[in-house]
Write a protein of this length. Structure first.
Length: 374
């Protein structure tokens, strides 16, 4: 059933696999016993995956090197642990001048004036956590990711105690600058400090998605559900995004995340289906058609971004990017390499987009004009 390795199987996924493949409503396994160990890879899941997957990796989330999730019983205590080991911003009383400086840096961050914020901060030699937190936030808001990450790394040299927000910004800035190992190191440091909570987990999940790390994305969803947080559609959309960013894209893992999302009674949105579409690059045509049918069943209307994403996966070229096509004639030549059935599906999608009043972007417009010329 599966030709690509997927190592995230909790109870929900094991149940789905059993029902869909064995065609039974009730499995013979005592599911109550499984429910008592949420988040662990169950025996049934292991048997199913070993039977259906070729070349699956032997790693699981409880044994991933520096991603140590072995102490699952202690995770709940860690989740609710006090942040006493890290200084809170309110524990440091700002002077009037520091309050003024902090306000100005925050304002610059909100208005996108990074150079002004950087100049203000360059003249500060103090160690107030609030001000360092504000400059990191300003860097992220202004998309000065490299400079912001350098500032974060210097906080350790200055001996400044990091807050939960500092760790969150550190992970985000590290991921934006492709320092994914550093993002994981910051995450582990925050865990040791007892500062793991929803915002921090969300930042780490975003970093995993940017890296295309499906294993970590699944483990973080596991962590959210094990610690009685409320998983939302954005969490699953981000995990599916990791599937589209992996090389090659992993549509099977994306569909598994979707199934667990539905099991949690969360409704997919246009972002969900856009990420799913991109995860189906080079997937069989029938799978893409099924995806579009599911979208219609949920009453989700396509938008311009989805049309572009869907067509990009539908008409995916081997060894060439659509971004390299500049002229209409080049587009016609490229489409001549695509099968007729996929060209018919592209025409159907474009017609549906017009019927829904979608204003097409440049790439779908080029495809539409090229199809008319063929």
């Amino acid at each position: 059933l599966f030709k690509t390795p997927v190592s995230y199987f909790n109870f929900s996924i094991a149940r789905v696999l059993c029902q869909s493949c064995c065609k039974v409503e009730q499995a013979t396994m005592p599911w109550n016993a499984v429910r008592s160990r949420p988040g662990h890879i169950t025996t049934l899941a292991v048997v199913l995956v070993c039977a259906w997957t070729q070349g699956m990796r032997t790693t699981c989330f409880a044994r991933q090197g520096n991603r140590d999730y072995t102490d699952r019983e202690g995770a709940g205590r860690e989740w609710h642990a006090s942040a006493a080991t890290s200084a809170s911003p309110c524990m440091y009383k700002l002077t009037p001048k520091e309050k003024e400086l902090n306000w100005r840096i925050v304002t610059c961050g909100k208005t996108g004036e990074w150079q002004q914020a950087k100049q203000l901060f360059s003249g500060y030699a103090g160690c107030a956590p609030q001000i360092h937190t504000s400059i990191l936030t300003a860097a992220f808001r202004c998309r000065a990711y490299a400079e912001g990450y350098d500032m974060y790394t210097r906080m350790a040299d200055l001996g400044i105690n990091k807050t939960q927000h500092d760790y969150t910004m550190g992970i985000k800035l590290a991921a934006k600058t492709d320092h994914f190992e550093d993002a994981d190191r910051i995450w582990m440091e925050a865990k040791r400090a007892g500062l793991v909570e929803e915002v921090l987990v969300g930042a780490r999940l975003d970093a995993a998605a940017q890296q295309g790390d499906i294993d970590t994305a699944g483990a973080l969803l596991d962590l959210i559900m094990d610690n009685q947080m409320r998983p939302n559609a954005r969490h699953f959309n981000t995990a599916i995004h990791a599937c589209q960013k992996s090389e090659p894209p992993n549509c099977k893992a994306a569909l598994l995340f979707l199934q667990v999302m539905l099991n949690k009674f969360l409704e997919p949105d246009i972002t969900t289906f856009g990420n799913l579409a991109r995860a189906h690059r080079h997937a069989p045509l029938e799978q893409l058609r099924t995806l579009r049918s599911q979208m219609e069943e949920f009453g989700v209307q396509m938008d311009a971004i989805f049309v572009e994403q869907y067509l990009g996966s539908l008409l995916a070229l081997q060894g060439r990017s659509w971004n390299t096509i500049q002229t209409l004639q080049e587009m016609v030549q490229a489409l001549q390499c695509v099968g007729d059935d996929r060209l018919l599906e592209a025409t159907a999608v474009l017609q549906k987009a017009h019927a829904d009043g979608v204003k097409l972007k440049r790439f779908p417009q080029q495809i539409e004009r090229a199809l008319e010329m063929m």
